[in-house]
Design a protein around this ligand. Sequence first.
Ligand code: SAM
Length: 278
Amino acid sequence: MIDHLPPLRAVIRDHDLRAKKSFGQNFLLDLNLTARIARAAGDLTGADVLEVGPGPGGLTRGLLAEGARHVLAVEKDARCLPALAEIADAYPGRLAVIEGDALAVDPLAHLTPPIKIIANLPYNVGTELLIRWMTPAQWPPFWDSLTLMFQREVAERIVAKPGSKAYGRLALMVGWRADARIVLHLPPGAFTPPPKVSSAVVHITRLDAPRYPADAKVLERVVAVAFNQRRKMLRAALKGLHPDIETLLRASGIAPTARAEEIGLAQFCALARAVKDA
Ligand code: SAM
C-alpha cells in the first residue's frame, strides 16, 4: 500500500469515471506499478513534477508517495477533478491541478526548477508534446527529464540506433540533445481498459548542450528530408536541399550513395553545418 486513499477501482466507481475513448483513457490501477514508473524518473525529492493527464490519479499518487516536492497536474477531463481534489487533501500543499488541454496550457508559471515531466498520456498527444519539449526556442529547456508512456513501437523509434528499421527523425531529434532509454515494458493488460498495443516507458535526460554543433532548424530539415525517402540514396533524397548536395555530403564525410538510416548523428550535424554555410 503506497497511501491511505481508497483503491483506484473504488475511486473510479465512486466518481463514475468510466474510461472514455474520446479522451484516450486507459487507466493504470496498480499503485505498485505507478510507484515504479515514478521511481523510473529518478529521485523526485526536491523536484517539481509536471504530470499531464492524471485521470483518476494513479500515477499522481505514485509521484507523491515517492516524495515529489510539488506536482502540477494538467487534466482535460473535468470528471476527474473531484478525485484529484481528494489526493490534494491527502498531500496538503503538494498537488495543484489545472483543468485544460496540455497542448494549450502554459504550465511554466506554476513550476520551480528543477522540473521533471512524467506522464501516461494518450499516444498521439504524447508524441506531439515530446516533439514540442525536444524543440524549444532555446536550449537547455525548462525541464531536466521526461518520463513518458508510449506505444512500444514509438518508444523503440525514440531509442533506435543507426542501421535499424526504427531509426529516424525521432531518434535523431532526441539523441542530439538528450539521453533516452526504455525503462519499463507494459503489456496491454496493465491498463483498464486494455489498449490494442503494448506500451513502454521512456526516460529522457537532457544534456546541457547539444552533442554536436548544428542549427536546430537546419538539422531538423535535413533529417526530415533525408528520411522522407529513406530507401533512396542521399544524393537523390537530398537533391532539393542544395544544387551541389554531392559535394556537401562528401565534405561531411558521407558517401553520396549512402541511405539515411546508415548515417549517425555526428554526420547529420556535419551535413547540417555544411548546408547552412553553403
Ligand atoms: N495518468 C492516468 C493513469 O495513468 O491512469 C491516466 C492515463 S490516460 C492514458 C490519459 C489521460 O490524459 C486521461 O485522463 C485523459 O483525460 C487525459 N488527457 C487526454 N488528452 C489530454 C490533453 N490534451 N491534455 C490533458 N490531459 C489529457
